[in-house]
Write a protein that binds this ligand. Structure first.
Ligand code: BGC
Length: 374
């Protein structure tokens, strides 16, 4: 009897034992630095693969309504392609994700000038941290088991003056893949001088599977009754506008394609959706922000965040020039991003929630992408 109990205990252990994800080589930087990949798997077979370059998520496999796995994020097969040209596929962006008007801001009486790397509507701005943002640097990677599930922690020190930003910022991001099908992202940062900080994840999703055409049939619900309208340079005007009676109203389910081709001025400025929604939950708790449903596969994705804003970008700048990992070119609107964040250009918009991190404070932020099928 004793022996039987013992063997039951041993086999239960081996069924539930969770291995620490191992670092595997994923190519080398031009200076010889080795890039590592980590693969996280949960008990339902969902699989996420991420690398130390840009904390980029290379692939994310989730089941459809028949249990068939597909990779639902856009990206490449090789490091070289990520280094050469990417519209931030799968990366963590910062120090300031999204735009800063004119690449300038003032903080505590000093004006800071950043490189401008983007010019929508002929108006220059700093986009996603500048010329070499967090998406283009090598992070330190460590596989771990956190809360009993496979996880990876990426850490990066952004030096004082990097890309024109003040203060040395110590940043980490942990990806966990939970057994209830959540990709959970926890960010943490500290600085030694006051600096703007707005860090987000820039995965492009296509719940039909990457390489399977456009995303126009996906249905969206946003827990947001306002958005931040922009000027032609995609910089918020400062207004928080009600979504009622506009193509920005996703308080009830609408397909992405339903109103994206209309003549609305905001849609014209963005070339489609490329805007920040003001989430109804503004208290910093982890709250539901978006529900996405893809009717043909049945895949669903919920987004929860502690952040006050959600940038919805529907791949308006994809134009067929980039070849995806399954050998298919990524065409116009073949993927969409739901970037949880503070509002664009907050350092220049005193009425927006502050993005300034000060010495002695720890910045934390959590976002969850939760996967299902129906
Ligand atoms: C922005 C787009 C930009 C894209 C770059 C998105 O986060 O909202 O305007 O073109 O990133 O790939």
């Amino acid at each position: 009897m004793k022996i039987t109990l013992f063997s039951v205990a041993v086999s239960a252990c081996s069924v539930f034992a969770v291995d620490v994800p191992k670092a595997e080589p994923f190519g080398k930087m031009p200076d010889g630095t080795e890039i590592q990949a980590f693969t996280l798997t949960n008990k339902n077979g969902i699989k996420l693969r991420a690398i130390t370059y840009g904390a980029i998520v290379l692939s994310l496999e989730t089941p459809d309504r028949n249990g068939k796995l597909a990779d639902i994020v856009l990206g490449y097969n090789t490091l070289e392609e990520y280094i050469k040209d990417t519209p931030y596929f799968g990366a963590v962006v910062g120090r300031y994700g999204n735009r800063i008007a004119g690449g300038k801001f003032s903080l505590d009486g000093t004006t800071y000038t950043l490189a401008t790397n983007n010019e929508p509507g002929g108006m220059k701005c700093s986009l996603h941290g500048g010329l070499k943002g967090f998406d283009k640097v090598v992070w330190h990677g460590e596989g771990l088991v956190k809360n009993g599930v496979q996880s990876v922690k990426f850490s990066y020190t952004s030096k004082d003056g990097e890309e024109g930003f003040p203060g040395t910022v110590e940043l980490s991001v942990i990806y966990q893949l939970t057994d209830d099908n959540q990709w959970r992202i926890d960010y943490e940062a500290k600085t030694d001088k006051a600096s703007p900080l707005n860090v987000t994840q820039h995965s492009y999703f296509n719940l039909k599977g990457e390489g399977n055409g456009d995303i126009l049939e996906h249905e969206l619900v946003f827990k947001a009754s306002r958005f931040t309208p922009v000027n032609a340079g995609l910089i918020p005007t400062g207004e928080l506008r009600a979504v009622t009676n506009t193509p920005f109203d996703f308080t009830t389910a609408h397909r992405i394609g339903e109103r994206v081709k209309g003549d609305d001025e905001q849609i014209r400025f963005g070339g489609g959706y490329d805007h920040n929604w003001v989430l109804d939950s503004q208290d910093g708790s982890l709250a539901l922000a978006a529900i996405v449903t893809e009717p043909s596969s049945g895949r669903t994705m919920e987004v929860l965040t502690t952040e006050p804003g959600l940038q919805f970008y529907c791949g308006n700048f994809l134009d067929g020039k980039l070849m995806g990992k399954s050998g298919k070119a990524y065409q116009f609107r073949n993927g969409f991003c739901l970037e949880t964040q503070h509002y664009p250009d907050s350092p220049n918009q005193p009425s927006f929630p502050s993005t300034i991190l000060r010495p002695g404070k720890t910045w934390t932020s959590t976002t969850v992408y939760r996967f299902g099928a129906k």
